[in-house]
Design a protein around this ligand. Sequence first.
Ligand code: C5P
Length: 244
Amino acid sequence: MKLTREQAAGRVMVALDYPDASAAERLIEELKGIPCYMKVGMQLFYAAGPSFVESLKKRGYYVFLDVKMHDIPNTVKGGSNSVTRLGVDMFNVHAAGGSAMMEAALEGVDQAVSVGGSKPTVIAVTQLTSTNLEVLNAQIGISGSVENAVLRYAQLAQAAGLHGVVASPSEVVAIKEVCGSAFQTVTPGIRPAGAALNDQSRIMTPGEAIKQGTDYMVIGRPITAAPDPRASLESIIEELISYE
Ligand code: C5P
């Protein structure tokens, strides 16, 4: 099924990995009018804070707050309440925090929306894509393959009531097999053909990722560091529209 231009744009989460609001605003200005999702990570959120997120929401953007909460349940509940009140559309917690912590995140959401506002999608970080087999087995002490660890975390997140996970595009098919197609996947590690890899290793093009069933793709430097960010985003959107 072909995506409309608007649907395709809404599947792209532009990673606003900038040190302050004014640097991020320069990119936002260049992309003005394109209905993409904006991803605010810890670098920008710690610097520019809630007011920056609120201003994105006022301008009508979908916002994914990528702050990867990981703390005791009571603290995560409070954090979830706070970010829900900011009006974000999606935020995430670490599945490694366990079931009680993930359930507490959902309680924080419910508490916040009981006085108004809408419910954000809450997703779990499974294994960071920077975690290789050596880190998983020898450092963290989890045995088995990275994919097994990812699937286990995805099932734990689903059982806790979360709506999806962040994962590598190469794990999407297995996650959807185990958790069902409605369980959402958000995938970084996307590189259009010919783009620099930077520090990403296992990558897919936007077209390949969407064929795997990726719901949202997080894309940073191929857009933010491009000579013409708007043209780069437009060509990614075209690639998604033309996928069959
Ligand atoms: O510039 P690039 O496209 O590599 O940016 C990828 C974005 O996705 C960054 O904001 C990074 O923090 C995020 N991310 C990632 N790998 C993960 C989780 C998040 O690259 N496992």
